[in-house]
Write a protein that binds this ligand. Structure first.
Ligand SMILES: CC(C)(COP(=O)(O)OP(=O)(O)OC[C@H]1O[C@@H](n2cnc3c(N)ncnc32)[C@H](O)[C@@H]1OP(=O)(O)O)[C@@H](O)C(=O)NCCC(=O)NCCS
Length: 147
């Protein structure tokens, strides 16, 4: 996964036969797993030393079936930080390598989008405040607990 300095990250995956449902297209649960995992990796890198758990996944939209062999492109953007939570907007585009298209047709097409919210918890599983509005600070500087 590539991380840049603009609160966003990009990641890629190949859709293989073991990722398909019984209709022969990408299984939605597999896509949710990738999305959760990729967003969690970005959050964990932005908040080193913080224990983050998935609290919510909102507005899940599967827009089009994805065939085997597609390359998925995950765009992850930090959308909001609250007191104990941080939310990422995730958009997924698909490309089918080897499929010829007209030059005017976009190479990648949007197939999925959602918002994933992670909550910060302490070792006992209780909510724990995140650092101010500037992530990427070591956890030791921000030890305030909410309960
Ligand atoms: C994380 C946990 C301790 C939080 O406790 P809680 O009583 O639910 O706390 P809250 O309802 O205040 O939610 C915590 C944060 O998530 C936010 N949140 C809650 N529901 C949300 C939703 N549907 N969408 C976006 N954010 C949401 C709250 O606003 C709060 O953030 P803030 O402090 O920045 O305002 C508890 O929910 C938990 O343990 N959940 C299970 C987590 C888990 O196991 N995840 C793995 C997948 S099963």
């Amino acid at each position: 996964m590539k991380l840049d300095m603009k609160d966003r990250a990009d990641s890629f995956a190949i859709v293989r036969p073991e990722h398909l449902n019984h209709h022969g297209y990408l299984f939605g649960g597999q896509l949710l797993k990738w999305v959760d995992e990729i967003a969690w990796i970005m959050a964990s890198r932005e908040y080193p030393g913080y224990r983050l758990v998935t609290r919510a996944m909102d507005d899940v939209q599967f827009r089009t079936p994805v065939p085997s062999g597609s390359i998925l492109h995950f765009h992850v953007n930090r959308a909001r930080q609250g007191h104990t939570s941080v939310t990422y907007a995730v958009e997924v585009h698909a490309d089918e390598p080897g499929v010829l298209r007209r030059a005017s047709t976009p190479k990648e097409k949007p197939v999925f989008s959602t918002h994933v919210t992670f909550a910060s918890v302490d070792a006992s599983g209780r909510k724990r405040a995140l650092p101010g509005k500037s992530p990427r600070h070591p956890a030791s500087q921000h030890s305030t607990r909410t309960r």
